[in-house]
Structure formats: C-alpha cells, structure tokens
Write a protein that binds this ligand. Structure first.
Ligand SMILES: C[S@@+](CC[C@H](N)C(=O)[O-])C[C@H]1O[C@@H](n2cnc3c(N)ncnc32)[C@H](O)[C@@H]1O
Length: 167
C-alpha cells in the first residue's frame, strides 16, 4: 500500500517548491549536510541566491561538496556563523527562509540549535522578509533540548500579530 503522508522534510520541500521561484533570494538558516541548500539552489537557479548558515565547519564542508557535485555552488553563499547574526551578512530582502533545527545528522549530537539564537534569527528573518515571504521551521523535539526549543518557538510564533509583524 502506498503511503501518501509526507514526513517533515518532505512537507517543507513541498512548500518550498510551491513558493520559491527562479531569481529569488532565500535563506537556509541551518545548512547541515546541505540537502535543503541544494534544493533551494535548484529552485532559485543561477539568477537567484541562497544564503546558508551553519556554526560547524563540517556542515559547511558537506554542503559545499554537495553543491559542487551538483554544479550548484555559483548561486550559494555559505557562511560560518550563528544564524542569530544573519543581519550582518544578508544584503537583500528575503523571499523565503527555512530553519531545519536540531543536530547535524551523522555529526556531534551535542551541538544543537538553541531557542535563544533560533528566536533571535527568526526575528531577524521576519525583519528581512518581503511582505509576501514565507518562513518554514522544521522542529524536532525528540533529542535533549529539542522539547524546550519547540516550546519556546511555538510560544513566540503563536503570539505574533500577523497583521503587523514589526519588531
Ligand atoms: C538538522 S541540521 C540541518 C539539516 C540541513 N538543513 C540539511 O538539509 O541537511 C541542524 C544544523 O544546525 C546547525 N546549527 C546549530 N546551531 C546553529 C546556529 N546557532 N546557527 C546556525 N546553525 C546552527 C548545526 O550545526 C546543524 O548542522
């Protein structure tokens, strides 16, 4: 029997595919092994731009390898920094932003995204986002610290005034 349910990553890619267009400027706030960055790079094409942040060099190296292998590096800017600092690096308004939270698959499970920097990055993303833009958060709560991060993000985002997102 065919399973028609999408997992969280598949659903996020379904949304990205609907939203992102050739020439868009987008942000991957957690590059990890580069799967989301690659997917975004395909969607924006050479006319677009993907900013991808990660605090771990291992993650950025994996992402760079994946992009090189698929001839997608040209439209991507990989940045080794906490995503709480995105406003220091991102020069344009953003069409779409994705956060895929947690730890680097295959890497050190103790290096995880944390609510304080995630929420700072989320606030800054909303400031940089175009009026019609989209922010996607893929949140995992199974690992240590994940539940706390999930609660903080849900609490923050459920209190956003959708008519007037100004910070
Ligand atoms: C679940 S992985 C991301 C998966 C990735 N999007 C992919 O497609 O493979 C989470 C990543 O967030 C990174 N990370 C943790 N804290 C961060 C922070 N403050 N700023 C940027 N990246 C962070 C980790 O190093 C890890 O690589």
């Amino acid at each position: 029997m065919q399973n028609d349910f999408l997992n969280a990553v598949e659903f996020s890619h379904y949304l990205l595919e609907k939203e992102v267009e050739i020439g868009d400027v987008v942000l991957d706030a957690t590059a990890g092994n580069g799967h989301d960055t690659k997917f975004l790079a395909e969607l924006v094409g050479e006319e677009g731009k993907v900013y991808a942040f990660d605090i771990q060099q291992e993650a950025l190296d994996n992402t760079a390898d994946l992009l090189e292998t698929n001839s997608l590096a040209k439209q991507c800017k990989l940045i080794k920094s906490d995503h709480a600092e995105i406003d220091k690096y991102v020069e344009e308004d953003l069409d779409t932003v994705i956060f895929n939270l947690g730890y680097l698959p295959g890497g050190n499970k103790e290096i995880i995204t944390k609510s304080e920097s995630t929420i700072t990055a989320l606030k800054k993303s909303l400031k940089l986002l175009k009026e019609t833009g989209l922010v996607i958060l893929v949140i995992y709560s199974g690992h240590q610290g994940g539940e706390k991060e999930k609660e903080s993000i849900l609490n923050y985002s459920s209190n956003l005034d959708y008519k007037n997102i100004m910070f």
